[in-house]
Design a protein around this ligand. Sequence first.
Ligand code: ZN
Ligand code: ZN
Length: 114
Amino acid sequence: MSEQSCALSALEIEDLLATRSRRVSRASIYRILEELEQIGMVQRLDIGRGMMRYEPVRHGSGHHHHLVCDRCGRLQPFSDDALERAIERLSDRVPLAVSEHEVVLRGACDSCAD
Ligand SMILES: [Zn+2]
Ligand SMILES: [Zn+2]
């Protein structure tokens, strides 16, 4: 998964494993994803209508956030240095030893916005 530039759905993961001639049932993919999420290695993104995408938690290079279209479920990665600095400053002020963060902006994408 960490070879991918952005989040994948369980279905895409299944297809990807199939092309590498690895037969893994969908049920075990979901189970593995759930376990990876619990130990903080994978982040689950709710893209609406019960659809989920999964992304390996990245520190340093490749770290990015997401824009999610509420209408078509399109997911676009974005990163912003000013946002990262703001979160770093905020981390000093909140009662939590912050180890990671995720930002999701929701709305209508270019093709869905009127
Ligand atoms: Zn991503
Ligand atoms: Zn859209």
